[in-house]
Design a protein around this ligand. Sequence first.
Ligand code: SF4
Ligand code: SF4
Length: 294
Amino acid sequence: MKQIVIISGKGGTGKTVIAGAFAALARDKVMADCDVDAADLHLLLDPEIKELHVFRSGVTAFTHKERCEDCGVCKTVCRFEAVREDFTIDPISCEGCGFCSFACPQKAIEMKANTSGKWFISETRFGPLVHAKLDIAEENSGKLVSLVRQKAKEIAEEKNYRWVIIDGSPGIGCPVIASITGVDCAVIVTEPTLSGLHDAERVIDVTKYFNVPAKVIINKYDLNCDMTEKIEHWFKDKNTQILGKIVFDKAVVESVVEGKTIIEYSDNQVTKTLRNIWELLQEELEKEQINLKE
Ligand code: SF4
Ligand code: SF4
């Protein structure tokens, strides 16, 4: 089983369109939407939720006022000024260290697990999808990304599937690191703009740092052919393979509006290129596996 993650330096580069296309093209796969802050693969795959789980992350102190004798010990020991004048806890300031709970002579402070999101196992017309929704203003999305990936991997192993296709988090922060670590290939999607090049540079640095093999797709390449050429040169210098270049086509936006993958929606230059990219990617990964065995 191989894990492929589709990532980009920022949102809006067409990462999810490409993940959706791979979902339509690959056989025997599980999809994982690891863009947990702004998940939208479900818009293309129309999942039917089979399992819903609550994601809890960390703990926060809670004072049972009926047991509290107003001794003030908790307020003295809290370094984060999270204990209010009435000895209840400000959950925003509480870091969950548990010191107040340990120190309270009345055992009046309980450490309660936080709820920070939900994750789902769903069925789609292309197979299982593991996805998640982080609550507004919640952090720890890296932990939720790892959970989604783990579940997708477990399903793929259980069903003896060939692929886990991951729609990764954009950017270079904690969630994207959680999206890429240990995958067989990171497919970086970029656009022919100066910021696209800078974003791609930052992402490639992250993949190199974590020793993740990376390949590139240039999306909407014909919008700026000079910049596309620059990007191609830059990646060649970095010994990073370009899997393909996709033309701009308004059919892509139309397919998203219709809630379909571009593969289902149209038979045009974009879909031809994506089919070629998928074939090439499979071949390359097989080659790399043979090289590893030798
Ligand atoms: S340490 Fe316990 S008993 Fe004392 S004020 Fe805090 S919560 Fe109340
Ligand atoms: S758990 Fe730690 S941070 Fe939170 S109120 Fe207690 S002592 Fe303060």
